[in-house]
Design a protein around this ligand. Sequence first.
Ligand code: DCP
Ligand code: MG
Length: 457
Amino acid sequence: MAVTSQLPALSRTIFHVDMDAFFVSVEELYDPSLKGKAVVVGGQRHERGVLSAASYEARKFGVHSALPLRTAAKLCPQAIFVEGHPQRYREYSEKVYKVLTAFSPQVEMASIDEAYLDMTGTARLHGPPLRAAHKLHRRMKEETQLNCSIGIGSSRLIAKVSSAQSKPNGVLWIVPGEESKFLAPLDVRAIPGVGKVMESHLRSLGIKKVGDLARLEEFELEERFGKWGLALAGKARGEDAGGWFDAEVGADTAARSISHEHTYNEDTADTNQLEATLMRLSEMVGRRLREAKLYARTIQLKLRYKDFTTITRAHTLPAPTQLDGEIFEQVRALFRKNWKQRREVRLLGVQASSFEAQPEQISLLESGPQQRWKNVLAAADRLRDKFGESSVSFASGLRGTFRERTHENPTGLPGKNKEKWSRFNYHTASPTGLRPVGHSRAAVPTFGKTKAGHPGR
Ligand code: DCP
Ligand code: MG
């Protein structure tokens, strides 16, 4: 009889490193008098728009990212409001990235201030997980003067949830085998990807804690929420289920698609607002194509309704493009054809794929206006570099605001495809409309916080 030895699968060791109150902490380095105070970054107290970051002191009053500035002022009148300095955050983000890559070669940034590190098999170099994390924690402080929190787990999901639990300035290791026990008492909101709406759906089913979720049969969640529900069941067990949690850390080195998504704070069926969003997303995608010197042949629309039903529709162009207007035209056509009018929309996404480095030879007749557009867009890109993502928009005449969360696909993040940092500040906080150039307050972007694993909240 053959003897088969069944070795237990080697557990992975993933770190999730997330900087504490990132924008605020960077501001404090430039102005130490802010330390320990209630601070809001992102604009002045009376302005429209939402805030980017709040200090822990301000959070005690219920102030948090993406809250309207005016609401923050009401909740916490004593707060100090700071405009924000995107360039500084980018620089510090780069410093963070350097510390991480010097520590481990397997680094994948998931947003401006967070990263996953695959630390599996590094015990000889760095010691056991906790010791390694403390070493990294100390190094981060020494080299950036900033505090971070580190979660350690056998999956990215566990690492991410545990870093959040260890905040501020902490390290938390969930020992393999203890995942479900760790997750069970947490609110379902602790699971990346579960937002307010999902929370209330789950509440109506009597599910409040992750433990309640884990007790459900997988098929029940699938029946109710489709693929997304299935992923949720996996996440409740601490697995990297669904979305980008599936991939290996740092595995996806070449971007196969570039996309931006936008989730509304309140679902909407307002055509103007929806098309304005599509315009803005098209601009963001176009810009990244130009930065990456790529031309896309396929343009895809993603549309998620209030009840989470999601459709994607793609169109292949006769000639590849990197122009905002062309992307928008396609995506709007797809939208008009596929959107069931008056059905409220929760999320919109625009994706470009089927990349080519060079477009096919364009005819001389076309090259005039195309070239002019390219020049205009190149100029716009330069302005955005200087004044922020929302400083220029061609969505002229379209009404719609971009106050809510906008995020991009993870392939565009550094460490994932080694692209430049400036790729990921795509969280805008101002109304669209062709607004040039001066450095108005509204031109300061709030930064994109890409929540790993979020299929859009
Ligand atoms: N950010 C933003 N808009 C959001 C969320 C975040 O511009 N809706 C920016 C500001 C944050 C930074 O991204 O400083 C990092 O986001 P985090 O969620 O990690 O929040 P903080 O780092 O500020 O705090 P924490 O200590 O909870 O991580
Ligand atoms: Mg943070």
